[in-house]
Design a protein around this ligand. Structure first.
Ligand code: 4AZ
Length: 307
């Protein structure tokens, strides 16, 4: 029989595990902080930055392990935190890709996911630099057509979620109707060949009807959607925003995937439709790492040892 003592021991063990996650997250950020040139400031700013940013906490910056001159100068893609150990991103960011991306690490040991801060170039006390254990690419990702442009990063350590600077975002589970208002955010270029911002930028776009997307892209396919603002085509994602979230009604509905340039009149940005891949995401990421299973295992083991 499982005594009260055993259950208490399990609870203590679980708390120790959680404390370890917290300490590691803090330690990770301190290690990076020592290296970084904190005083560096990116001088160009543009776009829309909300007074209170409630969305940046869901986003990570993907970069290499060694920056060139300044912490974060090797940022190349975004990603979304969908569980403490899982980042949702675009396959073309972390799998075989095309040549448009400046830095394309696809060995897990070459990728760093930085969470906890809306600043790309500055290490704050909330910065969490997370190492990657495994890259999971969609088996049918096609780098020529960008079909199935979806991938998961399984992290070595849990992200510490404080609800303010880092937090998981829920997945959109059903297809959204055209004209739904969404927000895309990231550290991508502020215009087509422009610089990347230090402070994350947001823009609001609307999901477009499939016919609109098909007319502008012959390869428009299952699992894609496109979004723009027909009153202001300049509102768009751009190079470096790839992999980051398109957030609609508080959930991640799209993954920044591609486009015909950035902010081009009568064009749109193309996104992987998250709801089309919800089963793939669950099977390959979320279900594999259920902490409850781990907790149950500990309790079970203690019970078996005792009996
Ligand atoms: C890119 O290659 C990219 N304007 C992302 C988004 C868009 C274009 C290109 C959409 O990262």
């Amino acid at each position: 029989m499982c005594s009260m003592k055993n259950i208490l021991v399990s609870i203590v063990l679980i708390n120790i595990l959680q404390l370890e996650t917290y300490l590691c997250a803090n330690l990770n950020s301190k290690i990076i902080m020592e290296d970084a040139q904190e005083k560096y400031k990116f001088l160009i700013t543009a776009g829309y930055r909300p007074k209170i940013d409630n969305l940046a906490k869901y986003v990570v910056s993907l970069r290499g392990k060694k920056y060139r001159r300044v912490f974060g100068d090797d940022h190349y893609c975004g990603g979304s935190i969908i569980s403490p150990k899982v980042i949702l991103t675009a396959a073309h960011c972390v799998c075989r890709g095309d040549n448009r991306i400046e830095l394309r690490p696809f060995r897990p040991s070459d990728i760093l996911a930085v969470a906890g801060t809306p600043r790309r170039l500055v290490v704050t006390e909330k910065t969490q630099a997370l190492k990657v254990d495994k890259v999971i690419c969609h088996a049918y990702f096609d780098p020529k057509t960008f079909h199935n442009d979806i991938a998961l990063l399984l992290l070595i350590k849990n992200i510490y979620e404080d609800g303010v600077s880092a937090q998981r975002i829920s997945l959109q589970t059903s297809s959204l109707p055209p004209h739904t208002k969404c927000t895309v955010l990231g550290w991508g270029r502020i215009f087509e060949y422009g610089p990347k911002p230090d402070l994350i930028l947001h823009t609001n776009v609307y999901i477009m009807p499939n016919e609109f997307c098909k007319e502008r892209d012959d390869d428009f396919f299952f699992g894609m959607m496109c979004a723009t603002d027909e009153d202001d085509f300049e509102k768009d994602s751009c190079f470096g925003d790839s992999g980051g979230p398109l957030i609609c009604n508080g959930s991640v509905a799209g993954i920044v995937s591609f486009g015909n340039g950035c902010g081009v009149p009568d064009e749109a940005g193309y996104y992987t439709n998250v709801s089309s891949y919800r089963d793939w995401i669950r099977k390959n990421g979320l279900d594999k790492l259920r902490p409850v299973n781990f907790i149950l295992l500990i309790v079970l083991q203690i019970c078996i040892t005792e009996s």
